[in-house]
Ligand binder design. Structure first.
Ligand SMILES: Nc1nc2c(ncn2[C@@H]2O[C@H](COP(=O)(O)OP(=O)(O)O)[C@@H](O)[C@H]2O)c(=O)[nH]1
Ligand SMILES: [Mg+2]
Length: 320
């Protein structure tokens, strides 16, 4: 069963890809085996993370960008992560309608995912879904995540190229800098540039970025600020160009050290996420199940022990 699914996923069969992602979402215990069998076929896709506040136009931009990439002959996998909705429907329905033209394109695969089961941030299931799309041969994978604290930092750790979106008139730009979000962006986008105040924000951001001492290093990637309007179809081509420019930068032998450093950060993060899930979901319950609870609790009740000492004696074997 699994072998057949693996084979079909590697062939790029869209129905098999959908089934594989459902398997990942619903049967986490099957993930290690499944990912193991596709892992050697991953690493060819360029993963593009798109994050920003709700309503900043992420879905619309992913849509226009995907159409631009299609014009350039690229095949595309899209994962939209909406933490507010573990089910399809709701807010995601709008996205789906807007992406209709792409849905019927055989070279595009679109999937919405909730982020349930995640310990604050991008879930393990999302990372594995990206792996499936990678193994099935898509050139580009676009991952849309709502910028709500941890998730925007997390997408950066999974993507090869991180795009952070802000819009005029919301103080996003300043917020982004305060939250250190600007630094994690590889490309910053000021979307809805058809609205007043866009030029000012772009200038302000460019100034702030130029003040960063790291920007003085001529070999280092300079975070560009691009203004876009999906409504007026402005800036989409330059943004696509910039994404490929960053891809070339990473592949340039001059920047091998930088690219490897980024890659190591990503891999470490992923391994850590798996360990976290193991510790919280599996190790904790097995540790709890193994205790002689009545004895421990009675000792605390009778003041022969205290809660900290009791917790420490339970944890002790783990750290020995
Ligand atoms: N004026 C303007 N509105 C836009 C632009 N891009 C998206 N929108 C609108 O902003 C709203 C939210 O867009 P959506 O892509 O769903 O945002 P998301 O929540 O970040 O995915 C929708 O009503 C879009 O039509 C833009 O460039 N200019
Ligand atoms: Mg959206």
């Amino acid at each position: 069963m699994m072998e057949e699914l693996v084979r079909e996923v590697l062939e790029g069969n869209k129905r098999a890809i959908a089934r594989a992602i459902t398997l990942i979402e619903n049967n986490p215990e099957k993930c290690p085996e499944f990912i193991k069998s596709i892992f050697s076929f991953t690493g060819n896709a360029f993963i593009i993370g798109v994050t920003g506040p709700p309503g900043s136009g992420k879905s619309t931009l992913v849509n226009s960008l995907s159409k631009e990439f299609r014009k350039r002959g690229k095949t595309i996998g899209i994962v939209a992560v909406d933490p507010t909705s573990p089910f399809s429907g709701g807010a995601l329905l709008g996205d789906r309608i807007r992406m209709d033209e792409l849905t019927s394109d055989p070279n595009v695969f679109i999937r919405s995912m909730g982020s349930r089961g995640s310990l604050g941030g991008l879930s393990r299931a999302t990372m594995d879904a990206i792996r499936v799309l990678d193994a099935s041969g898509f050139d580009l994978i676009l991952v849309e995540t709502v910028g709500a604290g941890q998730s925007e930092v997390d997408i950066v750790r999974v993507a090869n190229c991180s795009i952070v979106i802000g819009i005029p008139g919301t103080g996003d730009a300043v917020q982004a800098i305060k939250a250190g979000i600007l630094e994690i962006a590889d490309i910053y986008v000021v979307n809805k540039s058809d609205r007043p105040g866009a030029t000012e924000i772009v200038n302000e951001l460019q100034l702030l970025l130029s003040l960063d001492p790291k920007s003085k290093d001529p070999n280092r990637w300079k975070i560009p600020v691009i203004s876009t309007s999906s409504v007026k179809n402005i800036g989409i081509e330059p943004l696509a160009d910039m994404i490929f420019k960053y891809q070339s930068y990473l592949l340039d032998p001059k920047n091998t050290d930088y690219a490897l450093e980024q890659e190591m950060k990503r891999r470490k993060h992923e391994i850590l996420e798996i360990i976290k899930v193991e510790i919280f979901e599996n190790m904790l319950s097995s540790l709890m199940n193994r205790q002689k609870w009545e004895k421990i609790l009675l000792e605390v009740i009778q003041k022969k022990s205290d809660p900290y000492s009791a917790a420490n004696s339970i944890l002790d074997p783990l750290f020995r």
